[in-house]
Write a protein that binds this ligand. Structure first.
Ligand code: PKZ
Length: 230
């Protein structure tokens, strides 16, 4: 194949991948709208029954071709950090707020707004959701420091409840590295009052030894290599 043919082919593949990612994000948006409306709706009972039937019909074709536990989504790129179904940040996940994270130097900064689907105490976020957001924030900061690892401990302090339907600002940073153990801290605040801490967390992350990585992720990595080669 000539360079230009190869270039056209790669370009076509990239276009296809980009279109698929855009479609996954679009489906994720639709699902999040559905989840939020389903949590907030006061529609008549008959409408709920009709909606359940229509949703089952819409879900059926999506279930015809599915991946298994050890298969990465074809649209993901694990090495580049593209994970469209991450339940916290994934644009394709119905469960994700989604939390958007970027870094400014050593500080990781996140933004999201939690809908009524995330309610714990009335009008405030469920405490487990705050812990989930902070686990992701801390994990991101740890990865960004160049020492990615798995959470082995997450201590969460709830100072004030986190309001729903309110833009939030989250921050995280690495505070210590001791061998394979990395410690990070983070907070959740309302975006309009970033100095007032609502929830704080300290997490310990451990970099996997090669043997541990093989044991935990060997099958998934093997399948990823196979599908890339094919
Ligand atoms: C530009 C770049 C952008 C990058 C952008 C990246 C973005 C990327 C975002 C991803 C963000 C994901 C964020 C979610 C991250 C999860 O949610 S991970 C999922 C939840 N975590 C887990 O499932 C982990 C379960 N735990 C395990 O499988 C095992 O504990 C592990 C991790 C394999 C470690 O194995 P182990 O045998 O327990 O540990 P071991 O090797 O004996 O001990 C290692 C060290 O850790 C210490 N340790 C172990 N447990 C603990 C504990 N509970 N407390 C304190 N220390 C402990 C040990 O004392 C030991 O310390 P040293 O003696 O070496 O000083």
């Amino acid at each position: 194949m000539s360079d230009s043919e190869n270039g056209r082919r790669l370009h076509a593949v990239d276009d296809g991948l980009l279109r698929r990612r855009a479609a996954i994000s679009d489906l994720g948006d639709a699902l999040r709208l559905l989840v939020e409306h389903a949590a907030a709706t006061e529609a008549p009972t008959e409408e709920l029954r009709r909606a359940a039937e229509r949703i089952r019909q819409a879900a059926a074709p999506l279930g015809e071709r599915v991946r298994g536990r050890h298969d990465s989504p074809t649209a993901d790129d694990m090495l580049a950090g593209v994970r469209l179904y991450n339940p916290v940040t994934g644009a394709g996940s119905a469960l994700a707020p989604p939390l958007e994270i970027h870094s400014d130097g050593d500080l990781s900064i996140g933004a999201c707004t939690l809908g009524l689907a995330f309610e714990g105490p009335p009008s405030f976020a469920h405490g487990g959701v705050s812990a989930m957001l902070l686990d992701q924030m801390l994990g991101y900061a740890v990865g960004h420091s160049g020492n990615p690892g798995m959470t082995v401990r997450l201590d969460t302090g709830y100072r004030k409840p986190v309001p729903l339907l309110t833009p939030l600002r989250l921050t995280a940073q690495v505070t210590g590295i001791e061998g394979r153990r990395v410690t990070a801290t983070g907070i959740i605040a309302v975006a309009a009052e970033p100095g007032e801490i609502l929830v704080e967390a300290t997490g310990v992350f451990v970099a996997l030894r090669a043997e541990q990585a093989r044991r935990l992720f060997g099958q998934a990595i093997g399948r990823m290599r196979q599908s890339r080669a094919g």
